[in-house]
Structures are given as C-alpha cells and as structure tokens.
Write a protein that binds this ligand. Structure first.
Ligand SMILES: *Cc1c(COP(=O)(O)O)cnc(C)c1O
Length: 225
C-alpha cells in the first residue's frame, strides 16, 4: 500500500477510536514520524494532507525541515545537551524534555535567540526504568522549578510505553499518564500550560486516543517498516 492509502486508513482508525471514547477526532494531532524515510515519502505525506512530522535526530530534522519549511517539525528523540543549540528555533515542540540539565540548556538557548521554547515533559512510569524520562514523583518539583524560566514553556506530558506484541499492555500506562496530566492541568504553575498529552505509536495509538492522547506519534503504520 502507498502512503496516501495508509494515511486514509489511519485517519479512519483515529476517527473510530475518538468516537468510541466520545472525543472529537479534530482534537487529536497526528505527528508522522519520518525518521526512517527520505524526502520523497515526506513529500507524499504532505501531498496527502499531513503537516506535522517527527524526527529523533537533530541533523535529520534540520535537513528535512530545510526542504519542507512549511511543515511543523517535532523533536521526539533523546536530545543531547550539545545538540540543543541546533534544535531550538527549528521545532514547534520538543517532546523529549527528560531531565533538568536539558531544561536549563533549552532555557539558555531560548534566551540567546530571544524565542520561546515549547517542550513536553517526558515521563517514565513505574516498571519501565529503561526508558528516558522523569519519574512520576519528580513531576511536581520539576513543574514548580520551571517557574524560574523565561523562555522554556512546558506544554504537556509525553510518554512511551514499552514495546509489546500486546498493545493492551500500554493501556494502564496511558491511563496513568492521563490522570497525572488532568491533575496538573487543574493546577496553575508559572510557565506551564498543560495542553498536550503525547502518547501512542503505531502499535498502540488507538488505545492512546481512548485514554486521552492529544498527540499521537506514528511511523511504521504510515510509512511502512
Ligand atoms: C520511532 C518513534 C515513534 C514511532 O514509532 P512507530 O512504531 O514506527 O510508529 C514514536 N515515538 C518515538 C519517540 C519514536 O522514537
């Protein structure tokens, strides 16, 4: 199947999952994860109407953005501190803010360029210690401390469920993150605007939508293996 057909299939699965959970499909943003494909595939996806793309490497993101500056580019992969200078200003959203030292570096770069740096706090939930991200218990102190920043804005939460044959294994993780998200959304922190909940990939995006995701990050279901 071609990319356009994949997108059509994906759109109807997104709409069905939204409807099952009483949600408006329009409130879910599909980020097409283009990390394994080239410019031609991005071009096809754009022709089929997609305009949000995710990359996990800074150089690749900049390269593709150079060809398609009109698309919205998301950084979704682990970000080394020494790459921050190359990525700030290139993305609409950094999904992978996973440690305090990175927050400080993003702030510093945003201040240098005099621009806002929107990012999601990546959370690692119990039982997936191998994943990057802050632990649930560390979210609140992180959000409180973020009040000192002027450029870095925390726009929500992101998580990755462990890879599994059984996508239902992701559900308790997504449910838990949604609860955490709702809890912090109801409070007020300076520099924090809990707008986005980024969770769900090819294996489990329908479950993520049922559990409240506002952004899903889909690669292989769109572009193939
Ligand atoms: C690669 C990647 C995805 C997309 O994974 P697929 O299984 O190909 O849909 C989503 N999020 C992150 C952080 C990734 O690195």
């Amino acid at each position: 199947m071609g990319i356009a057909e994949n997108i059509n299939g994906l759109r109807s699965r997104i709409a069905q999952a939204a409807r099952r959970s009483g949600r408006d499909p329009g409130e879910i943003t599909l980020v097409a994860v283009s990390k394994t494909v080239g410019l031609e595939a991005v071009r096809e996806a754009m022709a089929a109407g997609l305009n949000h793309f995710g990359e996990n490497r800074v150089q690749e993101l900049k390269f593709k953005k150079g060809h398609f500056p009109e698309a919205h580019w998301h950084m979704i992969g682990r970000l080394q501190t020494n790459k921050v200078k190359d990525v700030v200003g290139e993305t609409v959203l950094i999904h992978s803010l996973d440690r305090w030292a990175l927050a400080e570096e993003l702030e510093r770069r945003g201040a240098n360029l005099e621009i806002e740096v929107p990012a999601l706090l990546q959370v690692s939930l119990a039982g997936e210690e191998q994943k990057a991200g802050v632990l649930a218990a560390d979210i609140e102190p992180f959000l409180k401390s973020a009040g000192q920043f002027k450029r870095l804005k925390i726009m929500g939460l992101m998580t990755m469920a462990p890879l599994s044959e059984d996508s239902e294994k992701s559900r308790p993780i997504f449910k838990e993150l949604h609860e955490i998200y709702r809890c912090y959304k109801s409070r007020t922190y300076h520099n924090v605007d809990m707008k986005h909940l980024s969770m769900g990939m090819s294996q489990d995006f329908e479950i993520a939508i049922e559990e409240g995701a506002t952004i899903i990050r889909v690669g292989t279901a769109l572009f193939g293996e």
